[in-house]
Write a protein that binds this ligand. Structure first.
Ligand code: 13P
Length: 256
């Protein structure tokens, strides 16, 4: 069995003041201090990264950002580079979240450029894919996910190399913030498809080691059954990561 350490990641989206973010991360850190065998990550808004990094101190909780630009610096008003994220203490960056794709017209080509830039800096990308309800109902889930994989990982594909730390995330758009979770078997089916694509593209050894997270209305009540599926290696949690009690319960899913 490949050694894929479960990763529970909180995507705080555009929520929380600096004081609230610090308070939340302090509680998460204190209450998960003894948790072994699970990697924990929080991805706060840009303006709270420094303060959250300070509050984390020597905690093992990782810090991630929710987006970045592919250039290192330059005349890109309103953008943040991967270098800046590293300076703020980030080791991970979420790329191609469906909200960025749908609301901000981010394309897979842009995600590909960002992933390449992130990796060149040593930042670990969490690359998101997922279909809309309309696409699922039209029976196009696998086509859509495959097109997003081909486009977003194009550079890795051409180089025939993907860094083994890269994280994939399957987030069906219809399950995000809706309370509608994909059933464990619906999620597993797509996770298996993603791993199959990774295997055909990069080889078995590589695909078996990459982590694929599930995201979309993950909560303490459904995390254990999702994690029981063979190709689900963690969760990307939105709403339930904004509350210390529910996020800690998700992190401690083995005890639920
Ligand atoms: P919710 O957990 O609020 O559905 O959000 C999921 C998500 O988009 C995480 O990136």
């Amino acid at each position: 069995m490949p050694d894929r350490k479960p990763l529970i990641a909180g995507n705080w989206k555009m929520h929380l003041s600096v004081a609230e973010a610090v308070e939340l991360v302090r509680r998460i850190a204190a209450e998960t201090e003894d948790v072994q065998g699970v990697e924990v990550l929080v991805a706060p808004p840009f303006t709270t990264l420094y303060a959250v990094r300070e509050a984390l101190g020597d905690s093992r909780i990782r810090l991630g950002a929710q987006n970045m630009h592919w250039e290192m610096s330059g005349a890109y008003t309103g953008e943040i580079s991967g270098k800046m994220l590293q300076e703020a203490g980030c080791t991970y960056v979420i790329l191609g979240h469906s909200e960025r794709r749908a609301i901000f017209n981010e394309t897979s080509e842009m995600v590909d450029l960002k992933a390449r830039a992130a990796v060149s800096l040593g930042l670990i990308p969490i690359i998101c894919v997922g279909e809309t309800l309309e696409e699922r109902e039209a029976g196009r889930t696998f086509d859509v996910v495959q097109a997003q994989l081909e486009g977003s990982l194009n550079n890795f594909k051409e180089e025939k190399f993907i860094p083994p730390t890269t994280v994939m995330a399957y987030e069906p758009v219809w399950a995000i913030g809706t309370g509608k979770t994909a059933t464990p078997s619906q999620a597993q089916e797509v996770h298996q498809f993603i791993r199959g694509w990774l295997e055909r593209t990069f080889g078995t050894g590589v695909s078996a080691g990459l982590r694929i997270l599930y995201g979309g209305s993950v909560k303490p009540e459904n995390i254990a059954e999702l994690m029981a599926e063979p190709d689900i290696d963690g969760a990307l949690v939105g709403g339930a990561s904004l509350n210390a009690d529910s996020f800690v319960r998700i992190i401690c899913y083995e005890k639920l």
